[in-house]
Design a protein around this ligand. Structure first.
Ligand code: FAD
Length: 502
């Protein structure tokens, strides 16, 4: 498949080769076969000897939307991956040591006025000494704190999952192969380029066999064997904004509650995660190698987790940034091969699922039109940059002065796009969600307020509500949410009834 423009109507891209069988590879192969199976042939090449990264276990609610599109049975998937429910993320020690807040997946309160979001009313109440905690107005954070979960309307919250990554790839493979995906076990030795067009003609395996294709999806992880190495698409490094570049990860026995949220506990050179699954915990220590050695990170991780380690911890080095283009010629990179933003808000699987959905919507049946590639790449970049800014926000908006790492994060220059948002927030209390942006207004408000960045101003429409009415309405809203949460079973009871571990 070499030429760029083809006669309209002719279907020229038929053979799709997915290189890599981690989460990205199997998500891509499964989604393609489920939606476009009769129109294309799909081959996936993976190497068990190389293996997968073995992390990536916390998700965001768009994951459910993607599964719905693929018609994946939820209870069966949750049992197979020993999943638990995630209602948000608990942040500890981010604004100051000892601070704690939840970034919930739901919304705060009720939209009382088209002019201003709920948090403006809450800010107005707070300034007058009433209203209490913002989190009391969000079903997801109250249910999360109470360790409750239900799917019965009207109790059902907005939620995502914690999943076992290895089981997830296996579960998808068990759907994809019977549906027609051909899997080849083998190590890719070289990527064969067409001498005239520079397009990829084939993958050559260690065994000597060639895997030819029209469209190649690079899911080879950080190595980016096709897009980065073979096609030479540059990596744009955002490490000057996001200093963390390493993690040690370890799985442990579950010890402690199967809390329906991920924990992100800041330390002097990064943060630590705890992801509770039904059968074990996932743990990791993310750090900036400039400020902490891997030996120290490993020792700290092992001393801070509550369960018993199931294996030795493993070290992962990463770079935050993106490829200059996700799609170049006849190669599209998905997952880590296309870029990575450190895992604080669990956004990597979301980014790959968003890109796969777009690929299916805009599948290049008729060839690789530059306008299509440019549209696709523009959207991918926009999604990456929006998430990048949200992650930088967590590090930058801190009062911590206890280490070189935090001093640097607090005082560093930030992207203009984020500076503008911060300035607007600080003056007016206004947050916004850009088109196609993952994080909502309430997500921005959760982090900003959770990290003590109270704005100087807010919308005074709140003053138009008589103070007693505002007091009564806020109290009623809190009572309603608390009442709903009281009717929910515990998270454990929910899991036992809905999706017991297989
Ligand atoms: P990999 O899992 O690395 O898979 C690469 C595949 O390519 C493997 O099958 C490998 O065998 C194959 N391969 C490579 N080279 C060759 C070759 N030469 N020949 C044949 N096959 C080859 N994301 C989230 O959404 N939530 C999280 O909580 C989260 N936490 C993370 C924590 C850390 C520390 C890191 C680094 C990432 C995290 N991520 C998270 C990202 C997430 O892990 C990845 O997006 C996800 O696992 C997809 O990885 P992948 O499939 O792109 O790469």
């Amino acid at each position: 498949m070499q030429s760029v423009r083809q006669p309209v109507g002719e279907r020229l891209v038929k053979r799709v080769v997915v290189a890599g069988g981690g989460t990205a590879g199997w998500v891509t192969a499964t989604a393609l076969v489920r939606h476009l199976g009769p129109l294309i042939d799909i081959t996936l090449v993976e190497s068990e000897a190389i293996g997968t990264i073995g992390v990536g276990e916390s998700t965001v609610p768009t994951f459910r939307g993607f599964h719905n599109l693929m018609k994946i049975d939820e209870a069966g998937f949750m049992s197979a991956t020993q999943a638990t429910v995630k209602l948000g993320i608990e942040f500890r020690n981010w604004g100051r040591i000892g601070d704690r807040y939840i970034h919930p997946f739901g919304t705060y309160g009720r939209k009382w006025s088209w002019m201003a979001d709920f948090h403006h009313f809450w800010l107005h109440a707070s300034a007058r000494g009433f209203g209490g905690a913002l989190n009391d107005y969000c079903l997801e954070s109250v249910a999360g704190e109470a360790d409750r979960m239900s799917l019965a309307p009207p109790l059902a919250p907005s939620y995502a999952y914690h999943i076992d990554a290895a089981r997830y790839a296996r579960a998808l493979r068990s759907l994809a192969e019977p549906a027609g995906v051909r899997r080849i076990e083998g190590k890719i030795r070289t990527v064969e380029l067409n001498p005239e067009s520079g397009f990829i003609d084939a993958l050559v395996l260690d065994s000597g066999s060639r895997v030819e294709g029209d469209l190649f999806i690079d899911c080879t992880g950080f190595r980016s064997l096709l897009l980065g190495e073979a096609l030479g698409v540059a990596f744009e490094d955002w490490g000057h904004w996001i200093r963390t570049d390493s993690a040690v990860a370890v799985q442990s026995t579950s010890n402690g509650p199967e809390q329906p949220y991920t924990s992100a506990i800041a330390h002097e050179a990064g943060w630590r995660w705890r992801i509770p699954l039904q059968h074990r915990d996932g743990n990791g220590f993310v750090f900036a190698s400039e400020y902490m050695s891997s030996d120290e990170a490993c020792a700290r991780l092992l001393s801070e987790i509550s369960g018993e380690p199931l294996f030795d911890p493993w070290l992962i080095r990463f770079k935050t940034g993106t490829r200059a283009k996700a799609w170049h010629k006849n190669c599209l990179a998905l997952g880590l091969a296309g870029g990575f933003i450190e895992p604080l808000e669990s956004t990597s699987i979301h980014l790959m699922m968003a890109a796969v959905t777009r690929l299916i919507e805009d599948f290049p049946f008729q060839g690789f039109d530059p306008a299509l590639l440019s549209y696709f790449n523009g959207k991918s970049r926009q999604e990456f940059e929006n998430i990048r800014d949200f992650i930088i926000l967590h590090y930058h908006v801190t009062e911590r002065e206890d280490s070189g790492f935090w001093n640097r994060c607090r005082t560093m220059a930030i992207p203009d796009s984020l500076s503008e948002r911060l300035a607007l927030w600080e003056e007016t209390g206004r947050a916004y969600q850009l088109p196609h942006e993952l994080f909502r207004i309430d997500s921005w408000a959760a982090v900003l307020l959770g990290q003590r960045r109270h704005p100087r101003g807010y919308h005074h429409v709140a003053e138009m509500m008589p103070e007693q009415t505002l007091r009564d309405e806020l109290a009623r809203m809190k009572r309603e949410i608390a009442g709903l949460v009281d009717r929910m079973p515990s998270h454990r009871e929910f899991l036992n009834a809905y999706c017991p571990a297989e």
